[in-house]
Design a protein around this ligand. Structure first.
Ligand code: SF4
Ligand code: SF4
Length: 258
């Protein structure tokens, strides 16, 4: 397959002779640039299908590579290597290994949705970034991100009580991300809340944070949401063949131990 994307040329594959003369013609430096050939043989032909099975990735097939998402991207303005258009290209062509080279960048999307407003094809690139970050976590390529941990705590609380108690959500988030419960910014925020919020509201928040009251008659809604969530998670795991991957990894481990 010919290279048709400049970003796919790896630094280590570019060679330049500082001093080179061919048939008496000086082609030193830039004029002698060579690109070492390389063969991409590890395509994941199901990569696009896997990403589009996750929430946010559904419309990736609409992309026509215009680049408006990258041009308008807030993070790209600071880090030119952050390139949603390029990652969509890699996903659609099944170049998983190339995508993994940027796994530490993809999750840095700040969900500003500038790309979503700019996209002429309604791809919802912000959603694709979310789906890709989720895919990286589900496949074990990256650890669970703090935002994913926060989403889980938020969802658990809604399912369990039908309410959100900010103090409880924050406490659980800090615990699960192994952060101290007392931090300077939390003390500052506490002082501001004490200075500006009425005592009755603060008392209610404190009680809610400790006792987690439930919405009346919430049981049926809670069960229905839980059932839906379980179905969706099972669907995502199936689309990504997570169980097969776990079985393969277990086999490999057993073989190594023999
Ligand atoms: S949502 Fe993410 S990908 Fe889109 S413009 Fe903002 S930072 Fe860039
Ligand atoms: S703006 Fe939309 S169509 Fe254009 S490259 Fe980005 S995702 Fe694809």
């Amino acid at each position: 397959m010919p290279i048709h994307e400049k970003s796919l040329i790896r630094e280590e594959n570019i060679s330049v002779q500082e001093e080179l003369s061919i048939d008496g013609v000086d082609v030193s430096g830039h004029w002698s640039t060579f690109i070492e050939p390389r063969v991409v043989s590890d395509y994941n032909e199901e990569l696009e299908e896997e990403i589009s099975a996750l929430p946010g990735g559904e419309y990736i097939h609409r992309c026509w590579q215009c680049g408006s998402c990258t041009n308008s991207c807030t993070v790209n303005a600071i880090d030119p290597e952050f390139n949603p258009r390029f990652w969509i290209y890699l996903i659609r062509t099944g170049m998983e290994e190339e995508l993994l080279r940027d796994k530490e960048r993809i999750w840095q999307c700040v969900s500003c949705n500038q790309c979503t407003y700019a996209c002429p094809r309604d791809v919802f690139p912000e959603g694709v970034m979310k789906a890709t970050a989720h895919w990286l976590e589900l496949k074990g390529h990256t650890p669970k991100s703090p935002s994913m941990v926060f989403d889980e705590i938020f969802t658990e609380q809604v399912i369990a009580t039908g309410k959100i108690e900010e103090g409880r959500t924050l406490r659980r988030f800090l615990e699960r991300t192994s952060q101290p419960l007392i931090q300077d910014w939390i003390i500052d925020m506490g002082k501001k809340l004490l200075a500006h919020l009425p005592i009755a509201m603060l008392t209610k928040m404190g009680i809610g944070s400790v006792f987690a009251p439930r919405t009346r008659g919430w049981t049926k809604a809670s069960e229905a949401i839980q059932e839906y969530q379980d179905e969706q998670q099972a669907r995502h795991r199936k689309a990504l063949k997570i169980e097969e991957l776990i079985t393969m990894a277990e086999h490999e481990l057993t073989n190594q131990e023999r």
